[in-house]
Design a protein around this ligand. Structure first.
Ligand SMILES: [Zn+2]
Length: 103
């Protein structure tokens, strides 16, 4: 029954990879999927979800933030750690990495 609802919602929203590329967080996407459901389902989905994130995907999400946001990030932190909301994998970006993204 719950599976049916998830499948239905997935058809309603853009592909998850597209949302990530647009810079939506895992939480944003889960909210899109489960805006009126119980938190327990969130936890189950995260466990079952096979994450296909990569540094390239995170880079694209960062680029989508725009030059102003990247400049702010760069000024605030020496190294920027981005954590994937789905699998908690951590990606580390140095100042140089961020500068390269801004080119
Ligand atoms: Zn991930």
């Amino acid at each position: 029954m719950i599976g049916d609802i998830i499948t239905f919602r997935l058809q309603e929203i853009p592909p998850i990879s597209k949302l990530i590329a647009e810079g939506k967080s895992g939480e944003d996407i889960l909210n899109l999927l489960f805006d009126d459901m119980d938190l327990k389902i969130y936890e189950k989905l995260e466990v079952d979800y096979v994450c296909d994130c990569s540094k390239e995907r995170v880079e694209r999400a960062l680029i989508a933030l725009g030059r102003d946001e990247l400049t702010k990030l760069k000024e605030e932190e020496e190294n920027i750690q981005i954590e994937c909301h789905f699998c908690n994998k951590k990606y580390l970006f140095t100042k140089e990495d961020i500068e390269n993204l801004m080119k």
